[in-house]
Design a protein around this ligand. Structure first.
Ligand code: SF4
Length: 323
């Protein structure tokens, strides 16, 4: 889609394992417009985090990105030299990890490491870099930011550390941020505050955000668009309103039904039977078939993708919408 901050086309990532080659990300395509938040949702092992890492080219052996394109503002990261890719990371595309200590160095003051992150890409004085770091902390709602800059990470709460990680990702006003389960380990109240800040940041800065999560309740309140992943593939995508309001894939329906906050009180909470399949032992045809209430013999063959604005990968989508 033209004008997209991030466009992913046919991204495929494989890993060599003792059991043979497994495809963790299988022909994944989506785009995110500036200022929009896209929720990439699925259970553990669905391939959503590997997709996030693949976008930034952070896949090491025995893994490999075997195909596809990743365009940031129209430039393909996969065609860049390693040096050009390094310059791109942190400046035009950043990542926020589930554990902020994957970003923060425990033996450096917050201000020193944020200033360093500024000066990796921009030739500015240390004082100017500290000022930019202070402004970034202010942007993510950290009180007394000048004081926090002098703190070490262990002197901050978990929620505060995650805000610092988000502020660090924002230092260069990137076009795209990939956030991998960044609020999963936080209290619900802190999670709510961070989600509100992220929504505001996307609106104010125009940064496109990919929010990787297993938590459909989080994306239902945060995301503009949703892609649902299962066994390495996107099985349903569309606006959050369409996907949550009228899910077309039986897996999405099962996910929604099993979210307590989206379920009528006082009624038993349904569950999706079984577990996520091992990628090395996928059933023939649709990988959701052993768990699907709508499975038929036809589902032993690869499902087609139906629909344009709200596509679904299924032989028997839940509505009558034509292909
Ligand atoms: Fe279920 Fe068949 Fe659709 Fe797969 S293709 S989700 S098994 S109905």
């Amino acid at each position: 889609m033209s004008g997209a901050a991030l466009e992913v086309r046919g991204l495929t990532t494989r890993f060599e394992t003792r059991g043979g080659m497994v495809t963790a990300v299988n022909d994944v395509s989506f785009s995110v417009q500036p200022g929009r938040i896209m929720g990439l949702v699925g259970e553990s092992g669905s391939g959503k985090s590997v997709t996030g890492f693949s976008i930034l080219g952070l896949i090491d052996k025995p893994g490999e990105i075997s195909g596809g394109e990743v365009l940031i503002d129209g430039e393909d990261l996969r065609r860049m030299t390693p040096d050009a890719l390094r310059r791109m990371r942190g400046r035009r595309v950043s990542m926020v990890f589930q554990d902020p200590m994957m970003t923060l160095n425990p033996v450096l003051r917050v201000g020193d490491q944020m200033a360093m992150a500024v000066r990796v890409h921009d030739r500015v004085s240390k004082r100017a870099a500290w000022e930019r770091a202070r402004a970034a902390l202010e942007t993510v709602g950290i009180p007394a930011p000048a004081e926090r800059l002098r703190a070490y990470p262990h002197q901050l709460s978990g929620g505060m550390r995650q805000r610092v990680a988000i502020a660090t990702a924002l230092l260069h006003r990137p076009s795209v941020i990939i956030a991998d389960e960044p609020t999963t380990a936080l209290d619900v109240s802190i999670q709510g505050q961070i989600l509100a800040e992220v929504r505001r940041l996307a609106d104010e800065t125009g940064t496109a955000i990919v929010w990787v999560t297993h938590d459909l309740a989080v994306v239902s309140s945060l995301a503009d668009d949703i892609c649902v992943m299962y066994a390495g593939r996107i099985v349903e995508s569309g606006t959050a309103e369409a996907v949550i309001g009228a899910p077309r894939h039986p897996y999405t329906r099962g996910l929604i039904d099993s979210v307590p906050s989206l379920h009528p009180p006082g009624q038993p909470l349904p569950q999706i039977p079984g577990a996520t399949p091992q990628l090395s032992h996928l059933p023939a045809g649709c990988p959701f078939r052993p768990r699907c209430p709508k499975a038929s013999d036809l589902c032993r063959t690869d499902p087609p993708r139906f629909g344009r604005d709200h596509p679904v990968l299924c032989h028997h989508p839940l509505t009558e919408e034509p292909a």
